[in-house]
Design a protein around this ligand. Structure first.
Ligand SMILES: [Zn+2]
Length: 351
């Protein structure tokens, strides 16, 4: 089969388009003929080089397609089913999986990082990792939401437990997870303050329901929030930027506030003033992907049309390097999607 793969880490020059062995569905597994795969920042990190990535590696966590082979003992999935992939792989038997916390599984793995990913014509996954594509969603849209929206769902709903009427600060809403967090927080009835330095993204955030958008390049975000909330601060901060925003997050949080983090795109070592954490009695919450219950709740919200995954641009699989370049430019709004060469894109671009 054709796939994107790399044999060493580096920039887009390490991405190769060529033949890889066709994967075979083992017991409990299904094989999916990919119709669309979507990029995440994770794919850039994996390409650049992070520990425990087996080489050669086929990247790609998000994807959707048609089941084309079924392993022994699989029930409830048939050849020809239109499915999307849940990219988090878990063992199902460890203490955490048994407690329903699959994303803390002791052997948690990601498609495209620890296992062959979706930037290929075919992918094999455990049968429990495929879900029927909700009616009305194209392959591109179905590929566009699993990773980013489940990450945001667990942050906002699972970990921070945002309630209607609470105030939530979300940094850098141009990013996929932050944008998903904005939509999910609005859906939860929260009052959202978003930050971005881009006017077009600010306008979209307001349109999506943010009550205040702050330009982090020209304004002191914590000070603006202090004014906006009569010195109180926000109940919840969603922070995946890390080093560049952490001090602002701690300053902007109300007493008793919760700060939830799932990433550190600007770096992992912020200046930390522990005095502010205990004096303000803050809760710092870590979050990664989502458990099965949260993924199903998200899936139901998408199926009901309450969240609309958005597609930015579609590229042929062989042009993956161009797709990565667009991802790294930060200009996209919505998901950048790859479609196998020779396969016609499926449908609406989300607009
Ligand atoms: Zn487990």
């Amino acid at each position: 089969m054709k796939a994107i793969f790399f044999t060493q880490h580096g920039g887009n020059e390490v991405l190769q388009y060529g033949n890889r062995p066709d994967p075979v569905a083992g017991p409990g597994e299904v094989r999916v003929a990919m119709r669309a795969a979507a990029l995440n920042h994770l794919d850039v990190f994996v390409r650049n080089g992070i520990p425990n990535v087996p080489l050669p590696q086929i990247p790609g966590a998000d994807g959707a397609g048609v089941v084309d082979a079924i392993g022994e003992g699989v029930t409830g999935v048939a050849v020809g089913d239109r499915v999307l992939l849940q990219p988090g792989l878990f063992c199902g038997v460890c203490e955490f999986c048994r407690a329903g916390e699959q994303s803390t599984c002791v052997s948690y793995k990601m498609l495209g990082e620890h296992a062959a990913g979706t930037f290929a014509e075919r992918v094999v996954v455990p049968a429990r990792n495929v879900f029927p594509i909700p009616a009305g969603l194209s392959f591109e849209q179905a590929a566009a939401f699993p990773l980013a929206y489940q990450t945001a769902w667990r942050m906002v709903v699972g970990r921070a437990a945002v309630r209607a009427g609470e105030s939530v600060l979300i940094h850098g809403v141009g990013g996929g997870v932050a944008w998903a967090a904005l939509e999910i927080a609005v859906l939860a009835g929260a009052r959202v303050v978003a930050t971005t330095s881009d006017e077009a993204k600010a306008a979209r955030a307001r349109e999506a329901g943010a009550e205040l958008v702050v330009n982090y390049r020209t304004e002191d975000v914590a000070q603006v929030i202090r004014r906006h909330t009569a010195k109180r601060g926000v109940d919840v901060v969603v922070d995946m930027v890390g080093e560049a925003t952490w001090t602002t997050s701690v300053r902007a949080a109300a007493k008793g506030g919760r700060i939830v983090t799932c990433g550190a795109t600007s770096g992992p070592h912020p200046i930390e003033d522990i005095r502010l954490i205990f004096w303000k009695q803050l809760s710092i919450l870590g979050s990664t992907m989502a458990n099965d219950h949260e993924f199903r709740a998200l899936y139901a919200a998408v199926a009901a049309g309450r969240l609309r995954p958005r597609v930015d641009q579609v590229f042929p699989l062989s042009q993956a390097a161009r797709a990565y370049a667009r991802m790294e430019s930060g200009e996209q709004h919505g998901k950048i999607v790859l479609v196998p060469d020779g396969v016609a894109p499926d449908g609406p671009d989300g607009d």
